[in-house]
Design a protein around this ligand. Structure first.
Ligand code: ADE
Length: 352
């Protein structure tokens, strides 16, 4: 890069004029930056905005989040997916209360907080505390791979360090927040994955890829394995009063402690019925197919077939097994895949 200070100036003045008004940009309260950055991992800005606003109403301070019931935190996160983010955020809030007197550390101690990795660390330190730290995510790697013509594979974990070094060397020490958010904003509005708007780019004169006309080839990103398909049969089991059997997931890791309808890994209705009888008793009947749907996670893809069913046994409710009227299901946190079932039934009724 020939002229670093011109680059900083061009980027920052563009950002100040063109940045989107986002709720976490109104002030730079570290807690708000923390929550927004965690939500923005894996989720688009437009989706995050209403969740962020609601989350701040429910948990306005680190203290309120630390004291909340985990189930209420998961409920507020419902629909955003990747629930370990929510669990870690709350664990992190507890840590901040207990170990750091309620204030997110301004130094490298911040790394010790649950859920705060190198990206979130850099985002909080640079946006909320004005520290010259890189905050490198996929968008920043795309922008920098073009500006500096970096041909390393951004799907590889180690590649991030190359970009962190470049950001450290180029960040505006006095305007760390506008600089880092300027790069993010450039990635969102101009330096997009396909068809980047180079003509409108405020830093095109500093961009190597623009000079070489290689912006269409960068960044280099090798393909990850496609998600592995898993067949799941689900049953909406109604008792005689019309309540639905609902249980809490215990499967450690994936969607732990969220709620679901009884299900198992199979494509066969008879096997599902047999399993349900083992669990609940003989008088369980799996009947007509209601719908098929798929839900994609990072590594796996659920191919779900949903049946209607009937249970004439007495079900003993407990902490993780409940009989619930359809309308009250929304009180519990469900994974998106199960919310899709709920929505479909609500729209179209139960006719199979
Ligand atoms: N993506 C991640 N963090 C962001 C931020 N602070 N502003 C806009 N997009 C983002």
């Amino acid at each position: 890069m020939k002229n670093k200070s011109e680059f900083q100036k061009d980027l920052i003045s563009w950002f100040r004029k063109n940045q989107r008004e986002l709720p976490w940009r109104k002030d730079k309260e570290p807690y708000k930056i923390w929550v927004s950055e965690i939500m923005l991992q894996q989720t688009k800005v437009d989706t995050v905005i209403p969740y962020f606003n609601r989350f701040m109403r429910i948990f306005p301070t680190i203290e309120s989040l630390a004291k909340a019931k985990e189930e209420d935190v998961l409920k507020a996160w419902e629909g955003l997916g990747y629930y370990s983010r929510a669990r870690n955020l709350q664990q992190g809030a507890k840590q901040v209360m207990q170990q750091y007197k309620g204030k997110i550390p301004e130094n490298s101690d911040i790394e010790k907080i649950r859920g705060i990795g190198p990206y979130t660390k850099g985002a909080i330190l640079s946006i909320a505390y004005g520290k010259a730290e890189p905050a490198v995510d996929g968008n920043v790697m795309r922008v920098y791979s073009r500006i500096f013509s970096v041909w390393d594979d951004i799907a590889k974990t180690q590649t991030r360090h190359i970009f962190e070094k470049l950001v450290r060397e180029t960040i505006d020490q006095k305007n760390t927040s506008d600089f880092n958010q300027g790069i993010m904003e450039l990635g969102a509005l101009i330096c997009t994955p396909t068809n980047p708007k180079c003509k409108e780019c405020p830093v095109k004169t500093h961009c190597q890829a623009f000079q070489d006309n290689s912006q269409g080839e960068l960044p280099i990103k090798s393909k990850k394995k496609p998600p592995k398909p898993i067949k799941i049969a689900v049953v909406l089991l109604f008792d005689e009063k019309g309540n639905i059997v609902t249980r809490k997931r215990s499967n450690p890791g994936l969607l732990e402690n969220l709620w679901e309808f009884p299900n198992m890994e199979t494509e066969t209705k008879a096997i599902l019925e047999e399993e349900m009888r083992k669990t609940f008793g003989k008088k369980v009947y799996v009947k007509e197919k209601l719908m098929e749907l798929t839900h994609i996670f990072t590594h796996i893809k659920w191919e779900m077939t949903v049946y209607k069913g009937k249970i004439e046994e007495q079900v003993k409710e407990n902490e993780s097994l409940k009989l619930i009227p359809f309308e009250e299901l929304t009180d519990l946190p469900f994974p998106v895949a199960y919310q899709k079932i709920y929505k479909e039934v609500k729209q179209n009724g139960l006719q199979g």
